[in-house]
Ligand binder design. Structure first.
Ligand code: KG4
Ligand code: ZN
Length: 342
């Protein structure tokens, strides 16, 4: 396998099981998505109000074979056409990650093709490029998910600097916690997004923490403000609270991302991660980013939330730069963006 050639016709099967979606995808040449299957565990975790790690691992184990089989079938190929198998190696829930990594390694052994362990955060950066491969570096990517919030300068493939990050809660975590407090549905992000569209975003002036203080962000104080406000104003309409909370989150995220893009002379701004499926974030970043002179790339909503196509894309670029990975690669729950799993 040392002479492995990577090109536009190289087909990667990727598996994603880092949290509560069991996903598999077949992607050719880094950005031609032949299939992308996502099996969500939302219904399983809804009654607990959050992801239960042990339950997630077991659900992945049940779903993994049918999901992989579906991805290969949807791609309209035979397994023999697959040139490499990838899996998310971290960060994520350890038991959940192990299901995907073990499945991918087994397939790599059986089919005698390379294995690649992929950094889930790096893959979220690739979701934008997957939808628009013509994007020019340097890019500033706002990566906002349930576990992470960071503003990343992407100078090239595998070449990143984290310019800013949350000092406490991730943006998605703030959405999920506020939604749980308001009791408006699970998962919290989409529930607040929908509710906010019926509310008045100017009705409550929630704080914009660290607005004029570097590129880091903080959402923990905002969450506390929402809780305090609702306790003091029990008759406040949930839709107004949701809309005003969302306005504060989006205001800070857009201001900091544009500031970062100006600082590094970026050629464009890209969104990534589950929260970038948010309607207000998408429209506000587009308007304000373009006003500031940047092109703004919005991956499709399906590519924002966890999926395996972005894993396959990141794997293709890693294969190109580093070649196949050793099967001794493990699962790394706390993997950082700049770390390559080995
Ligand atoms: O990237 P992702 O699917 O998983 C992680 O890697 O964390 O992100 C999940 C997060 C959750 O917190 C969810 O509430 C949030 O993304 N999310 C949204 C929306 N859709 C998903 N947040 C705000 N608005 C949305 N429409
Ligand atoms: Zn994710």
């Amino acid at each position: 396998m040392s002479s492995f050639q990577v090109n536009e016709s190289t087909v990667v099967l990727a598996i994603e099981t880092s949290c509560d979606e069991t996903a598999a995808a077949v992607v050719m040449g880094g950005n031609d998505v032949l299939s992308s299957v996502v099996s969500s565990q939302i219904d399983i975790h809804a009654r607990f109000g959050g992801v239960v790690p042990e339950v997630a691992s077991r659900a992945h184990l049940e779903a993994i074979v049918p999901v992989v089989r579906q991805a290969i079938s949807d791609a309209g190929i035979l397994p023999g056409r697959i040139d490499a198998v990838a899996a998310t190696a971290g960060p994520g829930l350890i038991g959940a990650l192990l299901v995907g990594v073990s499945a991918a390694k087994s397939l790599s052994l059986v089919w005698d093709v390379p294995f690649i362990g992929v950094n889930h955060l790096e893959a979220h950066l690739y979701a934008g490029l997957l939808d628009d491969p013509t994007l020019q570096f340097p890019l500033v990517v706002l990566l906002v998910s349930g576990g992470h919030t960071m503003i990343v300068e992407m100078r090239g493939h595998g070449d990143y600097t984290v310019l800013g990050r949350t000092i406490d809660d991730a943006a998605g975590e703030a959405y999920d916690k506020v939604a749980r407090f308001l009791d408006v549905g699970y998962p919290g992000g989409p529930a607040i997004d929908a509710l906010a569209s019926q509310g008045d975003a100017t009705s409550i002036e929630f704080p914009r923490a660290m607005m004029h203080d570097g590129l880091n962000v903080s959402f923990s104080g905002l969450k506390t403000s929402v809780i305090n406000y609702v306790r003091k104003n029990p008759d406040a309409a949930n839709a107004d609270v949701a809309a005003s909370f969302q306005e504060a989150v989006v205001d800070v995220l857009c201001a900091k991302t544009i500031k970062a893009a100006q600082q590094v002379g970026a050629r464009g701004i890209v969104l990534g991660g589950g929260v970038s499926a948010n309607s207000l974030l998408r429209s506000t970043m587009t308007t304000r980013g373009e006003q500031a002179g940047f092109s703004v790339a919005l991956p499709s909503r399906a590519m924002c939330t966890d999926n395996a196509a972005m894993i396959a894309s990141a794997a293709w670029y890693r294969l190109l730069s580093d070649g196949p990975m050793d099967l001794s690669c493990g699962a790394y729950p706390n993997l950082k963006l700049a770390e390559v799993p080995r």
